[in-house]
Design a protein around this ligand. Structure first.
Ligand SMILES: Nc1ncnc2c1ncn2[C@@H]1O[C@H](COP(=O)(O)OP(=O)(O)OP(=O)(O)O)[C@@H](O)[C@H]1O
Length: 280
């Protein structure tokens, strides 16, 4: 039987996803009917301002918050109704991995870099020797030197730590990695370096969901960009189209506010006019 349909099938497909937080009078909706699909090897940027629901979408796709409605399909498997155990098993299988803004959240402070990078491989049943070889082979790709292998996360710089977190997420060759603000806490040199590493890793065929409040960071890496505004996806399109011909007023405002994209970002009057239109 042909396996073409497996190659083409999205690695992530969320349909009409809704997430609520709080109970009774405090219940409020964080995501409204969000539908998005990510193809194998594709990089999708998700942008939006603070509170727009970006992290909620990431957490729902990782099973860390529960969807109140809608469907989540990961690598062909409907996982929306999974309980804690099933989600844990899915994450441990290594199909889906993640990188958070603060690498200390993805790395155990008491575990050396080497053990931290080997662990996801060992969980998958790879032998200790093979894991050590694969870890060393991966270091180059994230511009880390072997000297760092016996350090603890607290003994690394912020940029080195985030590169370890990226390596840990990718060393098992997952189908999908969700990166939630992976460069936001970094200075510009480290930011550029991580963005370059992510670009290079795309050639492995891994799908990336790259979440950021900064359109400028996402622009050079993403194939497609999805724009979240107040819990709704207001625009999804090829990165160049979203940047050069933004359709939604909110996207136009984001483009006009991204200094690295728009040389006339100083055009305050235009931004204020767009903001007025958005809130009209
Ligand atoms: N655990 C929670 N309990 C209650 N409300 C929450 C919780 N987490 C997020 N929210 C609310 O849900 C909405 C979406 O939050 P979310 O963290 O997904 O936004 P975001 O776009 O990732 O923002 P940021 O860029 O600041 O991280 C916000 O109004 C937020 O206050």
């Amino acid at each position: 039987m042909s396996t073409d349909h497996l190659a083409r099938q999205p690695v992530l497909k969320v349909t009409d996803l809704e997430v609520h937080y709080g109970l009774r009078r405090r219940r409020r909706q964080a995501l409204h009917r969000v539908s998005l699909s990510v193809a194998p090897g594709e990089t999708v940027g998700i942008i939006g301002e603070t509170g727009s629901g970006k992290s909620t979408l990431a957490r729902a796709a990782l099973g860390l918050v529960r969807a109140s409605a809608g469907s989540i399909v990961i690598d062909g498997e409907e996982v929306g109704a999974y309980g804690h155990r099933q989600w844990r098993a899915l994450r441990r299988r290594g199909v889906i991995q993640y990188v958070f803004q603060d690498p200390l959240r993805s790395l155990d402070p008491d575990v050396t870099v080497e053990a931290s990078l080997a662990e996801p491989l060992l969980i998958q049943g790879v032998s200790g020797q093979e894991a050590a070889t694969r870890v060393r082979a991966f270091l180059d790709r994230v511009r880390l030197s072997e000297d760092l292998l016996d350090r603890l996360p607290g003994e690394l710089s912020g940029g080195q730590r985030q590169r370890v977190a990226v390596a840990r997420a990718l060393v098992t060759e997952p189908r999908l990695v969700i990166l939630d603000e992976p460069v936001s806490a970094l200075d510009s040199a480290n930011r550029v370096q991580i963005l370059q590493i992510l670009k290079e890793l795309r050639s492995d065929g891994v799908a990336l969901v790259f979440i950021s409040h900064d359109l400028g960071s996402v622009a050079g890496v993403a194939d497609r960009i999805a724009v979240l505004y107040q819990g709704e996806l207001v625009e999804v399109g090829a990165a160049a189209d979203v940047i050069n011909q933004p359709q939604h007023v909110y996207t136009r405002l984001l483009v006009r506010s991204a200094p690295t994209l728009h040389s006339a970002a100083a055009d305050r009057a235009e931004r204020e006019a767009l903001r007025a239109l958005l809130h009209a």
